[in-house]
Design a protein around this ligand. Structure first.
Ligand SMILES: Nc1ncnc2c1ncn2[C@@H]1O[C@H](COP(=O)(O)OP(=O)(O)OP(=O)(O)O)[C@@H](O)[C@H]1O
Ligand SMILES: O=C(O)[C@@H](O)C(=O)CO
Length: 420
Protein backbone atom coordinates (compact mmCIF):
# COMPACT_ATOMS: atom_id res chain seq x y z
CA UNK A 1 0.00 0.00 0.00
CA UNK A 2 1.30 3.44 -0.94
CA UNK A 3 -1.20 5.60 0.92
CA UNK A 4 -3.60 5.09 3.84
CA UNK A 5 -6.52 7.52 4.04
CA UNK A 6 -9.00 8.41 6.75
CA UNK A 7 -12.00 10.45 5.57
CA UNK A 8 -14.33 12.25 7.97
CA UNK A 9 -17.42 11.58 5.87
CA UNK A 10 -18.55 9.22 3.15
CA UNK A 11 -18.94 11.60 0.20
CA UNK A 12 -15.58 13.10 1.11
CA UNK A 13 -14.09 9.62 0.96
CA UNK A 14 -15.35 8.99 -2.59
CA UNK A 15 -14.20 12.48 -3.57
CA UNK A 16 -10.68 11.64 -2.38
CA UNK A 17 -10.75 8.16 -3.94
CA UNK A 18 -11.88 9.73 -7.23
CA UNK A 19 -8.87 12.06 -7.35
CA UNK A 20 -6.46 9.25 -6.52
CA UNK A 21 -8.00 7.01 -9.21
CA UNK A 22 -7.72 9.85 -11.73
CA UNK A 23 -4.01 10.05 -10.87
CA UNK A 24 -3.63 6.33 -11.66
CA UNK A 25 -3.88 4.72 -8.21
CA UNK A 26 -5.98 1.59 -7.67
CA UNK A 27 -8.21 2.53 -4.75
CA UNK A 28 -10.61 0.68 -2.48
CA UNK A 29 -12.93 2.65 -0.21
CA UNK A 30 -13.93 0.88 2.96
CA UNK A 31 -17.11 1.99 4.70
CA UNK A 32 -15.94 2.08 8.28
CA UNK A 33 -13.05 0.00 9.55
CA UNK A 34 -12.12 -3.06 7.44
CA UNK A 35 -12.03 -6.37 9.31
CA UNK A 36 -8.95 -6.75 11.43
CA UNK A 37 -6.14 -8.31 9.38
CA UNK A 38 -8.19 -8.22 6.12
CA UNK A 39 -5.99 -7.97 3.03
CA UNK A 40 -7.03 -5.30 0.52
CA UNK A 41 -5.18 -5.32 -2.78
CA UNK A 42 -4.91 -1.62 -3.71
CA UNK A 43 -2.41 1.23 -3.94
CA UNK A 44 -4.54 3.28 -1.56
CA UNK A 45 -7.23 2.36 0.96
CA UNK A 46 -9.68 5.08 2.00
CA UNK A 47 -11.42 4.35 5.28
CA UNK A 48 -14.68 6.32 5.31
CA UNK A 49 -15.77 7.41 8.77
CA UNK A 50 -18.81 9.46 9.71
CA UNK A 51 -16.87 11.51 12.22
CA UNK A 52 -17.24 15.11 11.06
CA UNK A 53 -19.94 16.13 13.51
CA UNK A 54 -19.77 13.53 16.31
CA UNK A 55 -18.24 14.29 19.75
CA UNK A 56 -14.51 15.11 19.35
CA UNK A 57 -13.42 12.27 21.67
CA UNK A 58 -15.35 9.77 19.54
CA UNK A 59 -13.92 11.21 16.31
CA UNK A 60 -10.40 10.85 17.76
CA UNK A 61 -11.03 7.26 18.90
CA UNK A 62 -12.45 6.19 15.52
CA UNK A 63 -9.66 7.92 13.60
CA UNK A 64 -6.96 6.28 15.74
CA UNK A 65 -8.57 2.88 15.17
CA UNK A 66 -8.46 3.58 11.41
CA UNK A 67 -4.82 4.65 11.72
CA UNK A 68 -4.03 1.43 13.53
CA UNK A 69 -5.58 -0.67 10.73
CA UNK A 70 -3.77 1.30 8.02
CA UNK A 71 -0.40 1.03 9.75
CA UNK A 72 -0.83 -2.70 10.24
CA UNK A 73 -1.64 -2.94 6.53
CA UNK A 74 1.69 -1.21 5.82
CA UNK A 75 0.59 2.31 4.81
CA UNK A 76 3.74 4.48 4.73
CA UNK A 77 1.84 7.79 4.56
CA UNK A 78 -1.48 8.83 6.13
CA UNK A 79 -3.94 11.29 4.53
CA UNK A 80 -6.68 12.69 6.78
CA UNK A 81 -9.39 13.90 4.34
CA UNK A 82 -11.46 16.84 5.55
CA UNK A 83 -14.02 18.92 3.72
CA UNK A 84 -12.94 21.43 1.05
CA UNK A 85 -15.03 24.00 2.94
CA UNK A 86 -13.37 22.93 6.22
CA UNK A 87 -16.74 21.88 7.71
CA UNK A 88 -16.30 21.61 11.46
CA UNK A 89 -17.47 23.14 14.70
CA UNK A 90 -15.34 25.27 17.03
CA UNK A 91 -14.82 22.15 19.19
CA UNK A 92 -13.51 20.17 16.26
CA UNK A 93 -13.20 17.68 14.80
CA UNK A 94 -10.39 18.57 12.40
CA UNK A 95 -8.00 19.91 15.05
CA UNK A 96 -8.39 17.19 17.69
CA UNK A 97 -8.14 14.37 15.13
CA UNK A 98 -5.15 15.94 13.34
CA UNK A 99 -3.29 16.41 16.62
CA UNK A 100 -4.05 12.88 17.78
CA UNK A 101 -2.80 11.40 14.47
CA UNK A 102 0.28 13.66 14.64
CA UNK A 103 1.11 12.45 18.17
CA UNK A 104 0.63 8.82 17.24
CA UNK A 105 2.79 9.14 14.08
CA UNK A 106 5.44 11.37 15.67
CA UNK A 107 4.94 13.79 12.76
CA UNK A 108 6.59 17.22 12.56
CA UNK A 109 4.64 20.30 11.47
CA UNK A 110 1.60 18.89 9.63
CA UNK A 111 0.38 20.60 6.41
CA UNK A 112 -3.36 21.34 6.27
CA UNK A 113 -4.87 22.30 2.91
CA UNK A 114 -8.56 21.94 2.03
CA UNK A 115 -8.21 23.76 -1.32
CA UNK A 116 -9.76 22.17 -4.42
CA UNK A 117 -9.60 24.82 -7.19
CA UNK A 118 -11.47 22.61 -9.71
CA UNK A 119 -14.55 23.01 -7.52
CA UNK A 120 -13.86 26.67 -6.73
CA UNK A 121 -12.22 26.22 -3.33
CA UNK A 122 -9.05 28.30 -3.18
CA UNK A 123 -6.92 29.43 -0.23
CA UNK A 124 -5.02 32.70 -0.12
CA UNK A 125 -3.27 34.16 2.93
CA UNK A 126 -5.04 31.50 4.95
CA UNK A 127 -8.48 32.64 3.81
CA UNK A 128 -10.76 30.13 2.13
CA UNK A 129 -12.80 31.20 -0.90
CA UNK A 130 -15.79 29.39 -2.38
CA UNK A 131 -15.92 30.61 -5.94
CA UNK A 132 -15.64 34.40 -5.72
CA UNK A 133 -16.81 34.63 -2.11
CA UNK A 134 -15.07 34.27 1.21
CA UNK A 135 -16.22 31.06 2.94
CA UNK A 136 -17.99 33.18 5.56
CA UNK A 137 -20.02 35.01 2.88
CA UNK A 138 -20.87 31.82 0.98
CA UNK A 139 -23.92 29.61 1.50
CA UNK A 140 -21.77 27.57 3.93
CA UNK A 141 -22.64 30.10 6.61
CA UNK A 142 -26.11 28.46 6.67
CA UNK A 143 -24.97 24.81 6.80
CA UNK A 144 -27.42 22.84 9.00
CA UNK A 145 -24.70 21.15 11.11
CA UNK A 146 -21.45 23.05 10.59
CA UNK A 147 -22.16 26.70 9.75
CA UNK A 148 -18.86 28.27 8.59
CA UNK A 149 -18.76 31.92 9.62
CA UNK A 150 -14.98 32.58 9.65
CA UNK A 151 -12.94 32.35 6.44
CA UNK A 152 -9.57 32.68 8.20
CA UNK A 153 -8.61 29.03 8.51
CA UNK A 154 -5.59 29.72 10.72
CA UNK A 155 -8.03 31.15 13.26
CA UNK A 156 -10.62 28.41 12.71
CA UNK A 157 -8.07 25.62 13.18
CA UNK A 158 -6.37 27.37 16.11
CA UNK A 159 -9.68 27.35 18.01
CA UNK A 160 -9.74 23.55 17.65
CA UNK A 161 -6.08 22.85 18.52
CA UNK A 162 -3.87 22.68 21.59
CA UNK A 163 -0.68 23.33 19.56
CA UNK A 164 0.19 26.43 17.55
CA UNK A 165 -1.19 26.80 14.01
CA UNK A 166 0.78 28.67 11.32
CA UNK A 167 0.55 29.52 7.62
CA UNK A 168 2.51 28.71 4.49
CA UNK A 169 1.59 31.42 2.02
CA UNK A 170 1.07 31.01 -1.71
CA UNK A 171 4.26 33.00 -2.36
CA UNK A 172 6.19 30.11 -0.76
CA UNK A 173 4.23 27.47 -2.70
CA UNK A 174 5.00 29.39 -5.91
CA UNK A 175 8.72 28.88 -5.21
CA UNK A 176 8.30 25.10 -5.45
CA UNK A 177 8.29 21.84 -3.52
CA UNK A 178 11.63 22.38 -1.80
CA UNK A 179 10.56 25.80 -0.52
CA UNK A 180 7.37 24.27 0.92
CA UNK A 181 9.33 21.52 2.61
CA UNK A 182 11.88 24.00 4.00
CA UNK A 183 9.07 26.17 5.43
CA UNK A 184 7.44 23.17 7.09
CA UNK A 185 10.77 22.27 8.68
CA UNK A 186 11.33 25.88 9.83
CA UNK A 187 7.84 26.08 11.35
CA UNK A 188 8.43 22.77 13.12
CA UNK A 189 11.72 24.05 14.55
CA UNK A 190 9.89 27.15 15.83
CA UNK A 191 7.30 25.02 17.61
CA UNK A 192 4.38 25.39 15.16
CA UNK A 193 2.44 22.13 15.07
CA UNK A 194 0.14 22.55 12.06
CA UNK A 195 0.29 24.85 9.03
CA UNK A 196 -2.51 25.93 6.73
CA UNK A 197 -1.05 25.90 3.19
CA UNK A 198 -2.36 28.28 0.50
CA UNK A 199 -3.32 27.00 -2.96
CA UNK A 200 -5.03 28.86 -5.78
CA UNK A 201 -4.46 26.45 -8.68
CA UNK A 202 -3.86 22.82 -9.59
CA UNK A 203 -0.20 23.74 -10.11
CA UNK A 204 0.01 24.68 -6.43
CA UNK A 205 -1.47 21.29 -5.51
CA UNK A 206 1.04 19.47 -7.72
CA UNK A 207 3.89 21.39 -6.02
CA UNK A 208 2.49 20.34 -2.64
CA UNK A 209 2.23 16.74 -3.78
CA UNK A 210 5.99 16.71 -4.40
CA UNK A 211 6.74 18.74 -1.26
CA UNK A 212 4.74 16.35 0.93
CA UNK A 213 6.41 13.16 -0.44
CA UNK A 214 7.33 10.90 2.44
CA UNK A 215 5.66 13.00 5.16
CA UNK A 216 3.94 10.73 7.67
CA UNK A 217 0.74 12.83 7.77
CA UNK A 218 -1.16 15.16 5.44
CA UNK A 219 -4.47 16.84 6.38
CA UNK A 220 -6.34 17.99 3.29
CA UNK A 221 -9.42 18.13 1.12
CA UNK A 222 -9.29 15.87 -1.91
CA UNK A 223 -7.35 18.43 -3.98
CA UNK A 224 -3.88 17.66 -2.62
CA UNK A 225 -4.42 14.04 -3.72
CA UNK A 226 -3.93 14.96 -7.37
CA UNK A 227 -0.23 15.52 -6.65
CA UNK A 228 0.49 12.28 -4.77
CA UNK A 229 0.34 9.46 -7.39
CA UNK A 230 3.26 11.15 -9.25
CA UNK A 231 5.48 10.51 -6.22
CA UNK A 232 5.15 6.77 -6.95
CA UNK A 233 5.73 6.98 -10.71
CA UNK A 234 1.99 6.55 -11.40
CA UNK A 235 0.17 8.32 -14.23
CA UNK A 236 -3.56 8.73 -15.11
CA UNK A 237 -5.15 5.59 -16.66
CA UNK A 238 -8.78 4.96 -17.71
CA UNK A 239 -8.45 1.29 -16.69
CA UNK A 240 -8.31 2.28 -13.01
CA UNK A 241 -11.98 3.45 -13.23
CA UNK A 242 -13.75 0.50 -14.98
CA UNK A 243 -17.10 -0.67 -13.49
CA UNK A 244 -19.55 -3.42 -14.53
CA UNK A 245 -22.38 -2.40 -16.91
CA UNK A 246 -25.35 -0.76 -15.17
CA UNK A 247 -28.98 -1.88 -15.49
CA UNK A 248 -32.07 -1.70 -13.26
CA UNK A 249 -34.26 1.05 -11.85
CA UNK A 250 -32.85 4.47 -10.94
CA UNK A 251 -33.44 6.62 -7.87
CA UNK A 252 -32.10 9.64 -6.03
CA UNK A 253 -32.26 10.19 -2.28
CA UNK A 254 -31.35 13.71 -1.19
CA UNK A 255 -30.80 14.99 2.35
CA UNK A 256 -28.38 17.76 1.49
CA UNK A 257 -29.60 21.34 1.92
CA UNK A 258 -26.63 22.99 0.22
CA UNK A 259 -27.11 25.65 -2.43
CA UNK A 260 -25.85 23.24 -5.11
CA UNK A 261 -28.24 20.45 -4.12
CA UNK A 262 -31.18 22.86 -3.89
CA UNK A 263 -30.39 23.91 -7.47
CA UNK A 264 -30.13 20.26 -8.58
CA UNK A 265 -33.48 19.35 -7.02
CA UNK A 266 -35.08 22.47 -8.54
CA UNK A 267 -33.65 21.55 -11.96
CA UNK A 268 -34.96 17.97 -11.65
CA UNK A 269 -38.45 19.24 -10.71
CA UNK A 270 -38.45 21.92 -13.43
CA UNK A 271 -37.72 19.23 -16.04
CA UNK A 272 -40.72 17.14 -15.01
CA UNK A 273 -38.83 14.73 -12.74
CA UNK A 274 -40.84 12.31 -10.57
CA UNK A 275 -40.28 13.46 -7.01
CA UNK A 276 -41.59 13.30 -3.45
CA UNK A 277 -40.68 15.76 -0.66
CA UNK A 278 -40.25 14.52 2.93
CA UNK A 279 -41.38 16.92 5.66
CA UNK A 280 -39.25 16.72 8.83
CA UNK A 281 -42.09 18.06 11.01
CA UNK A 282 -44.38 15.28 9.77
CA UNK A 283 -41.61 12.76 10.54
CA UNK A 284 -41.41 14.20 14.05
CA UNK A 285 -45.15 13.72 14.52
CA UNK A 286 -44.48 10.00 14.01
CA UNK A 287 -46.31 9.31 10.74
CA UNK A 288 -45.02 6.32 8.76
CA UNK A 289 -43.51 8.44 6.02
CA UNK A 290 -41.08 5.71 5.01
CA UNK A 291 -43.83 3.26 3.98
CA UNK A 292 -45.74 6.09 2.35
CA UNK A 293 -42.68 7.08 0.29
CA UNK A 294 -41.99 3.49 -0.76
CA UNK A 295 -45.66 2.92 -1.67
CA UNK A 296 -45.49 6.07 -3.80
CA UNK A 297 -42.20 5.12 -5.48
CA UNK A 298 -42.75 1.41 -6.18
CA UNK A 299 -45.19 1.64 -9.13
CA UNK A 300 -43.00 4.30 -10.77
CA UNK A 301 -39.72 2.39 -10.69
CA UNK A 302 -38.27 1.36 -14.01
CA UNK A 303 -39.48 4.07 -16.35
CA UNK A 304 -37.71 7.17 -15.12
CA UNK A 305 -35.59 8.03 -12.08
CA UNK A 306 -37.51 8.85 -8.89
CA UNK A 307 -36.32 11.41 -6.35
CA UNK A 308 -37.15 11.45 -2.63
CA UNK A 309 -35.82 14.57 -0.94
CA UNK A 310 -35.72 16.50 2.32
CA UNK A 311 -33.61 19.17 0.62
CA UNK A 312 -34.90 22.62 1.59
CA UNK A 313 -33.79 26.25 1.54
CA UNK A 314 -31.97 27.72 4.57
CA UNK A 315 -35.03 29.49 6.00
CA UNK A 316 -37.11 26.29 6.02
CA UNK A 317 -34.26 24.30 7.57
CA UNK A 318 -33.87 26.93 10.31
CA UNK A 319 -37.60 26.85 11.07
CA UNK A 320 -37.50 23.05 11.41
CA UNK A 321 -34.38 23.21 13.57
CA UNK A 322 -35.94 25.85 15.83
CA UNK A 323 -38.78 23.43 16.51
CA UNK A 324 -36.91 20.11 16.69
CA UNK A 325 -33.32 21.05 17.48
CA UNK A 326 -30.45 20.67 14.98
CA UNK A 327 -29.47 17.14 15.95
CA UNK A 328 -32.96 15.69 16.18
CA UNK A 329 -33.98 17.21 12.84
CA UNK A 330 -30.85 15.81 11.16
CA UNK A 331 -31.22 12.39 12.75
CA UNK A 332 -34.93 12.05 11.88
CA UNK A 333 -34.31 12.92 8.24
CA UNK A 334 -31.23 10.69 7.95
CA UNK A 335 -33.10 7.75 9.50
CA UNK A 336 -36.05 8.11 7.17
CA UNK A 337 -34.00 8.65 4.00
CA UNK A 338 -31.71 5.72 4.76
CA UNK A 339 -34.66 3.36 5.27
CA UNK A 340 -36.15 4.66 2.03
CA UNK A 341 -32.85 4.07 0.20
CA UNK A 342 -32.73 0.47 1.44
CA UNK A 343 -36.40 -0.07 0.58
CA UNK A 344 -35.85 1.27 -2.93
CA UNK A 345 -32.95 -1.10 -3.54
CA UNK A 346 -35.01 -4.02 -2.17
CA UNK A 347 -37.66 -3.03 -4.73
CA UNK A 348 -35.30 -3.09 -7.72
CA UNK A 349 -33.29 0.12 -7.74
CA UNK A 350 -29.79 -0.71 -8.99
CA UNK A 351 -28.56 2.82 -9.81
CA UNK A 352 -28.74 5.12 -6.82
CA UNK A 353 -27.56 8.67 -6.22
CA UNK A 354 -27.37 9.88 -2.62
CA UNK A 355 -26.90 13.62 -2.04
CA UNK A 356 -25.25 14.80 1.17
CA UNK A 357 -22.35 13.48 3.24
CA UNK A 358 -24.25 12.66 6.43
CA UNK A 359 -27.10 11.30 4.33
CA UNK A 360 -24.68 9.11 2.38
CA UNK A 361 -23.25 7.80 5.62
CA UNK A 362 -26.70 6.84 6.84
CA UNK A 363 -27.71 5.26 3.51
CA UNK A 364 -24.57 3.16 3.00
CA UNK A 365 -24.87 1.94 6.59
CA UNK A 366 -28.55 1.03 6.08
CA UNK A 367 -27.53 -0.89 2.95
CA UNK A 368 -24.68 -2.61 4.87
CA UNK A 369 -22.21 -1.62 2.16
CA UNK A 370 -18.69 -2.53 3.25
CA UNK A 371 -16.59 -1.50 0.24
CA UNK A 372 -16.93 0.66 -2.85
CA UNK A 373 -15.12 0.22 -6.13
CA UNK A 374 -14.49 3.66 -7.61
CA UNK A 375 -15.52 4.24 -11.23
CA UNK A 376 -15.62 7.16 -13.65
CA UNK A 377 -16.06 10.76 -12.54
CA UNK A 378 -19.47 12.42 -13.12
CA UNK A 379 -18.40 15.90 -11.99
CA UNK A 380 -15.27 16.95 -10.06
CA UNK A 381 -15.39 15.21 -6.69
CA UNK A 382 -18.16 12.74 -7.55
CA UNK A 383 -17.56 9.35 -9.19
CA UNK A 384 -19.94 6.48 -9.89
CA UNK A 385 -19.08 3.55 -7.64
CA UNK A 386 -20.09 -0.10 -7.48
CA UNK A 387 -20.86 -1.97 -4.28
CA UNK A 388 -22.00 -5.34 -3.08
CA UNK A 389 -25.10 -5.21 -0.86
CA UNK A 390 -27.42 -8.05 0.07
CA UNK A 391 -30.38 -5.82 -0.85
CA UNK A 392 -29.22 -5.76 -4.50
CA UNK A 393 -28.30 -9.45 -4.82
CA UNK A 394 -25.61 -10.72 -7.18
CA UNK A 395 -25.78 -7.74 -9.54
CA UNK A 396 -24.65 -5.31 -6.88
CA UNK A 397 -25.48 -1.62 -6.85
CA UNK A 398 -24.16 1.36 -8.80
CA UNK A 399 -24.09 4.20 -6.33
CA UNK A 400 -22.92 7.84 -6.45
CA UNK A 401 -22.38 9.66 -3.17
CA UNK A 402 -22.69 13.34 -4.04
CA UNK A 403 -21.12 15.88 -1.71
CA UNK A 404 -23.63 18.58 -0.87
CA UNK A 405 -21.79 21.34 -2.68
CA UNK A 406 -20.65 19.45 -5.75
CA UNK A 407 -22.11 18.95 -9.20
CA UNK A 408 -23.72 21.12 -11.87
CA UNK A 409 -27.47 21.92 -11.74
CA UNK A 410 -28.28 19.07 -14.19
CA UNK A 411 -26.25 16.59 -12.13
CA UNK A 412 -29.04 14.03 -11.57
CA UNK A 413 -29.91 13.71 -15.28
CA UNK A 414 -26.27 13.80 -16.37
CA UNK A 415 -25.20 11.14 -13.89
CA UNK A 416 -27.71 8.57 -15.16
CA UNK A 417 -26.96 9.45 -18.79
CA UNK A 418 -23.24 8.94 -18.15
CA UNK A 419 -23.91 5.51 -16.66
CA UNK A 420 -26.16 4.45 -19.56
N1 LIG B 1 -35.54 19.91 5.61
C1 LIG B 1 -34.59 19.71 6.55
N2 LIG B 1 -34.66 20.31 7.75
C2 LIG B 1 -33.71 20.09 8.68
N3 LIG B 1 -32.64 19.29 8.50
C3 LIG B 1 -32.53 18.67 7.32
C4 LIG B 1 -33.49 18.84 6.29
N4 LIG B 1 -33.13 18.13 5.24
C5 LIG B 1 -31.99 17.51 5.56
N5 LIG B 1 -31.63 17.82 6.82
C6 LIG B 1 -30.41 17.36 7.52
O1 LIG B 1 -29.34 18.23 7.15
C7 LIG B 1 -28.13 17.48 7.15
C8 LIG B 1 -27.49 17.68 5.80
O2 LIG B 1 -26.22 17.13 5.86
P1 LIG B 1 -25.56 16.30 4.70
O3 LIG B 1 -24.16 16.02 5.14
O4 LIG B 1 -26.39 15.11 4.32
O5 LIG B 1 -25.59 17.28 3.46
P2 LIG B 1 -24.46 18.34 3.09
O6 LIG B 1 -23.84 18.87 4.34
O7 LIG B 1 -25.04 19.27 2.12
O8 LIG B 1 -23.43 17.43 2.33
P3 LIG B 1 -21.82 17.36 2.49
O9 LIG B 1 -21.55 16.91 3.89
O10 LIG B 1 -21.48 16.33 1.47
O11 LIG B 1 -21.33 18.74 2.20
C9 LIG B 1 -28.49 16.03 7.42
O12 LIG B 1 -28.30 15.73 8.79
C10 LIG B 1 -29.97 15.99 7.06
O13 LIG B 1 -30.66 14.95 7.72
O1 LIG C 1 -14.23 18.10 0.25
C1 LIG C 1 -15.43 18.23 -0.03
O2 LIG C 1 -15.98 19.31 -0.22
C2 LIG C 1 -16.26 16.99 -0.06
O3 LIG C 1 -15.51 15.88 -0.40
C3 LIG C 1 -16.85 16.74 1.27
O4 LIG C 1 -16.14 16.45 2.20
C4 LIG C 1 -18.31 16.83 1.39
O5 LIG C 1 -18.80 16.33 2.58
Amino acid sequence: MLLGCIADDFTGATDLANNLVRGGMRVVQSIGLPASGAHIDADAVVIALKSRTIAPADAVAQSLAALDWLRQAGAPQIYFKVCSTFDSTDRGNIGPVAEALQRELGAGCVPVCPAFPETGRTLFKGHLFVGDQLLSDSSMRHHPLTPMTDANLVQVLQRQCAGRVGLIEQAVVARGAEAVRARLDALHAAGTRLAIVDAVSNDDLLVMGRGFAGLPLIVAGSGVAIGLPQNHGLAPSAAAAQLPAATGARAIVSGSCSAATNAQVAHFLAHGGTALALEPLQLARGGDMVSAALDWATPQLGERPVLVYATAEAAQVQAVQAELGVERAGALVEEALSRIARGLVERGVRQLIVAGGETSGACTQALSIAQLRIGPQIDPGVPWCHAATLAAGAQGLHIALKSGNFGTADFFHKAFEDLA
